[in-house]
Each structure stands twice: as C-alpha cells, then as structure tokens.
Design a protein around this ligand. Sequence first.
Ligand code: ADP
Length: 484
Amino acid sequence: MRILFVTSEAFPLIKTGGLADVSGSLPAALRALNADVRILIPGYPAVLKNLVNLEPLCSIENLPVVGRAELRIGNMPDTGVPVIAIDCPTLYERDSGPYINSLGFDWEDNPIRFGVLSKVAATLSATGSPVKDWMPDIVHCNDWQSGLTPAYMKLSHPTTAKSVLSIHNLAFQGCYDASMVERLSLPRSSFQVNGLEYYGQLSFLKGGVFYADALTTVSPTYAEEIQTAEYGFGMQGLLDLRGHEIKGILNGIDTNEWNPETDPHLAKNYSDTSISGKKAVKAALQKQFGLQIDANAPLLGVVSRLTYQKGLDLFVETIPSLITKGAQIAVLGSGEAELENSFKALAAQYPSQVAVTIGYNEPLSHQIMSGVDMFIMPSRFEPCGLNQLYGLRYGTPSVVTQTGGLADSITDTNTLTLADGTATGFKMTEVTTHALSVAISLGLAYYQDAKTWRKIQRNAMNIDISWKHSAQSYLDLYTTVLAN
Ligand code: ADP
C-alpha cells in the first residue's frame, strides 16, 4: 500500500508540538509493517538542511499564487523514511517558526503556504501527476494545514486514491476570508455549508472534515468529545453527522527517541528493573535548575505550551500550598505572556523550590520527563497528549484531567487498580484548582510510600506504548477505506 503522509511539521526536522512527534514516528512504524510511505512537507530551511540524500524529484505547476515549485526527495536522518519537500523559497524560506514570525504573529500568507501544501498533495495523487512511478493509494492528511487536500482531490484533481484526515487538535481550524477560495483556485461553488464555508469564512479544517473519505482523531475519547458542543469548537454538528465514521486511534510514541535505557540527554540511564538511575537524573535536574538538591523533596514537572488549553493556570494557583508541603516545581514552556509571568513570579518568590525555563528545549524536556517525580497535565481538553505517555515510559506518574487521550492512557491509582496492577497515575475528578490540589495531594501521599510508588512506576513502564498496535489500526483503516 502506498501512503502519502501530508504534514506541516515532523520531528526531528521541525517541531512545535505533538503533530511533529506523530509525523516523525507513525510513518516509520507503518514502514515497519511493510507500507510504502512518503512524507510530504513544506521545504522550510530546517527541512532542506536536515534531510539526507536530498535530490530533485520534479517541478510542479499550476500552484495558486506562486505558480510553480520544485519538489525534492530525501530521507529522514534517523529512520530513513522518504520525504518529499516542497522547495518554494517565497513561501517557506523564513526564519522563526513554521506558523508564526519572530514577533509571535501568524505569517499573513499562511493560507497560501498551506493551501499550496494541500494542492501539491492532491496533485501528486491525481492522474497526470508529475511523479509517474509512485501514485499513492492513500493520502493521509493531518490537521488544518493539509485540510484542503481532500477538497482538491474531490473538486479538481480526480483520483482513485482515498483521503484520510487525522484531527490532532480541533481548536486550530485555519479560517480565512472567503476571497481565499478563488485565490487558492478552488471552485466558487464549493463555498457553501455543504462544502468549504464555515460561518462565512473558508475553513481548511472543515474542508477536510467535509471531503475526506475517512476521519480519525488521536484518541478514542476525543472522537466522542468533538461531537459535543463543549469540545466541538462549533464543528460538532458536522462531526456528529459523520460521527459513526470517526475512528479514534491513540497515538503511540517513538520508543527509541524516548527510552530511559539509552536516552543520551539523561545524567544516568535506567530501566524498569533497575530504576536507581532516575535519582541521579533528578539530582542533576535540581542542580541545573538551581533547586535545593534533595532526594526526598517531591519534584513536580511541566513541559508544555503555556496556553489556556493546558489548564496550567490551575497549577499556578496550587503552587503556594505545594511549597508549604516541601514540594519543588520545574517548568519548561512558552506561550501566553500572563502564564509565563505567573510562573516567573513564583520562581522569583521561591527560588530554591520553583524553577522555570521559558522557551523550547528538547534535551531539557527529556530531563524533566525523567527527573521529576510527578508530571502535571491538567488540560481542559487534550486530543491525545504525549507527555503523559513519555511519563509512562520514564516511570514518572502524571496527574491528569479525565479528557481525551489523558482519559484513555492513564489509569487512576486506588486500592483496586493497585491490586490488579493497572494504576499508573492520578486523575482529577473535574477541571478545577481544588480537584487538581486533591489529585496532587493523593499522589504525594502515595509518593511517601516507596514500595507502592515503585509499583505504580513499574506498572507504567511495562505498558506497551509503542506505535505497533496503533500503526496496525491505521493500516486496517486504510484497507477498509480502499475497499469502500
Ligand atoms: P501539543 O501538541 O498540544 O502541544 P502534546 O502533548 O501532544 O501537546 O505534544 C507536545 C510535544 O511538544 C511533546 O513532545 C512535548 O515534549 C513537546 N514540548 C512542548 N513544549 C516544549 C518545550 N517548551 N520544549 C521542548 N519540548 C516541548
């Protein structure tokens, strides 16, 4: 089976969040199951620089606004997965992130940048594709950035290939002025409720949701949640109509990249049978962060975008009382100024107990996931969430809300789950400061009981969170879609 995996970011080339982790690891897992996968990604400078064996593939014509672009093909540096990069300097040769400029604002031409990504994907799947010897059977799109691909495939690029759209986060919908419909060479007739129109605007994500042959979300619970007004961000009506077709497949993780036994970022490596190295990682983290080096002080960690979604404002409110209990806090993240400032103020107030690094730092994220005793993730919604999965792998139990992938991947600790060996973390009963305090306090109580804590860690580390099962679920889905 040939699969074109269309994405706007992929680790280790370029990453802003979980989509990159999935795009870096799922295609490799599909390849291990004998699927013939190619990734399609914009040729940002970091992509063109880091791909190996990069060579010209073909030119592609009739693109909106820019007319023409060159396609290059290379391989992922670590997994060898083939990657097609769209080399179009006018659109992608920029400093700063893939979506925002150095001042933190969206690039104004994002609809063109990702409209072109979508159009190239559709062109490569259609009769008349400039790549004659490799036609995909499945075009797997991800989030709004490639959301127009299924629309192009249905409206202007006839193909026998089928499209699958994975929703990694419904909060980002790619909504733009209606004039973009014509600028992106989409038929004007498609701008209607049964098409691309979304409350008077063009929505890339809605285009995908409406036209894709199959829809997935990154966890089973999120597939249910997005059909409700609370989590549907206005799209629940359409999602509800297609509800029976939405398949929730829980993300796996790259178990080579995230492996406590071999992780080069850790002061000491360790395993589920010999976990003492975790103490050394904690001590190194305390030292690096300027916290008091104390093996017995419970250390709580955060690695996150600092946004409303992540519920970390609730954590900020609990920190003063945690300090009185002798806890320490290590935070890595960036995002909303108010949240950044709240964490910075707490670090200034309690320098030996609270440490904050504002920014993006891959090695430090590994050190925190491994070195802290508990990971804090009180998300208001969480399509899948990856850090709680990394926590499982590193023997770091998480405190989570009962939503999306957090609900699907963490089992609350209580007498029953301790007895049957499934306890892996702590679940808040609701999304409030009080519920977070209660869940953390419960975690701290278990933490004082070393034997039970060790049991929870072992339960977590023994769960298979590799892509093996989920990649097979995607292959099964592709097979079903092709059969239909
Ligand atoms: P989201 O995609 O909503 O941001 P996920 O939990 O799905 O959340 O994935 C976030 C990914 O980004 C994880 O791999 C996490 O470790 C990483 N990450 C988030 N913030 C940072 C940061 N400041 N530095 C390094 N890695 C980060």
